[in-house]
Design a protein around this ligand. Structure first.
Ligand code: COA
Length: 364
């Protein structure tokens, strides 16, 4: 075994560049997220989900006609795929996690295509939710946009336009984010020459973990446990004293506040202007302030600020999405990035195969 710098272990692969990409760029020190040349703030304002789909997969924002065609294709795919997923829900014991159901539902796909994979994420999440709650299932409606139909499949009624727009913004905001863990997992599978469905299954597996996509449910639990802004300081200090992590705070790359937190906070303000006020928004803001200053005291020199999950929790909650579906909803947005990275990685034709340093027993 050599001791060359090449064999230094990079725990967590920090600062290791594994690919060139044209899909997105995360600049942690500046708090910037650029998706195919657009800042996330601008993209969330101007690009509905179908338009973001085109941007990520084809590299350009579509014409109005192309956007409508893509929205329609997603809708028709939701309608076409729904019966197979319903049969799956009836035939198997529902898993405890909706992400496991989304993963299982991938097996119902007959063709490997990004539109079907994307449509399936919302269909499977809604069917999982209503099946386990023993509520009648709601058939998809291809005439609606993806976000609006997801809310309809969950609640059983057409959402207010402002609610559909807020979810649409959320899905665009989380559609891609550099070489995050689930995207890397997807690219590793793509690099072996495997298929899109297997790669998306790997992405779902990685997203499920609480250090990646599993935090927003616990953020809401934390806000509930704190209850009022005055109790935030005691609760946060107590958690930190016990060595617990504060969910929704900190990020591997961002050393300032995650720009997506601001986009989602703005979406909440817009919802408020349209008459839907989140009962938890003021509390969330107070808890964020307290948590940031407690973390600063505990880890001077480290920059631990609110990440995307913090306001995801508040936004999805006010849209009526149950907390057990928060990560599955994240997957419904991030699947766009997984599909884009799958194609980009395949085009390189290069197997991802890093090295490890053996520290076990030597042979006798
Ligand atoms: N609460 C308490 N302590 C935290 C923390 C948090 N939210 N985030 C980081 N830290 C602490 C770690 O415990 C660690 O302390 P140690 O050196 O004493 O072990 C130190 O800060 C490491 O920070 P850093 O290297 O910046 O974190 P990371 O890159 O390993 O982890 C996260 C990044 C996101 C996994 C981490 O910040 C975290 O667990 N956050 C909460 C979960 C979450 O919100 N996940 C969603 C991410 S989008």
């Amino acid at each position: 075994m050599t001791n060359s710098p090449l064999h230094e272990v990079q725990n967590g692969l920090e600062n290791v560049v594994v690919a060139e990409t044209e899909i997105s760029d995360v600049q942690g020190a500046k708090g910037l997220l650029v998706i195919r040349g657009y800042g996330v703030e601008e993209l969330a304002e101007l690009s509905p989900f179908a338009s973001t789909t085109s941007l990520l997969w084809r590299g350009v924002l579509p014409s109005r006609t192309d956007e409508e065609a893509l929205s329609r294709a997603l809708g028709l795919a939701r309608e076409r795929l729904s019966p197979g997923v319903v049969r799956l829900a009836e035939a198997t014991r529902l898993p405890a996690s909706p992400l496991e159901f989304q993963r299982a539902a991938l097996a119902t796909l007959e063709h490997e295509n990004p539109v079907d994979v994307t449509a399936l994420m919302t269909v499977a999440a809604a069917i999982w939710y209503r099946s386990q709650a023993r509520m009648p299932l709601v058939t998809p409606d291809a005439r609606l946009d993806h976000a609006a139909d997801f809310l309809r499949m969950l609640a059983g009624e057409r959402p207010a336009p402002a609610a559909a727009q807020a979810l649409d913004r959320y899905l665009t905001t989380v559609s891609d984010h550099g070489m995050n863990a689930s995207t890397f997992a997807t690219r590793v599978v793509a690099s072996t020459g495997s298929d899109l469905i297997s790669a998306v299954a790997a992405g779902l597996g990685a997203l499920k973990g609480p250090l990646h996509g599993g935090a927003p449910g616990p953020v809401l639990d934390m806000l509930d446990a704190i209850g009022t802004p005055e109790r935030a300081a005691v609760w946060i200090e107590d958690q930190l004293a016990k060595g617990e992590r504060i969910m929704g705070m900190g990020h591997r790359i961002y050393k300032v506040r995650d720009p997506r937190a601001a986009v989602l906070e703005k979406a909440l303000e817009e919802l408020e202007r349209s008459g839907t006020r989140s009962p938890r928004l003021d509390l969330a803001r107070a808890v964020e302030r307290v948590a940031a200053s407690s973390l600063k005291r505990k880890y001077p020199g480290r920059e631990l600020h609110a990440n995307v999950e913090f306001y995801t929790a508040v936004l999805l909650d006010v849209l009526g999405i149950p907390r057990e579906l928060f990560t599955a909803t994240f997957a419904a947005g991030r699947v766009l990035g997984w599909c884009a990275h799958f194609s980009e990685q395949k085009a390189t034709g290069r197997l991802i195969r890093p090295d490890s340093r053996y520290v076990g027993k030597a042979p006798l």
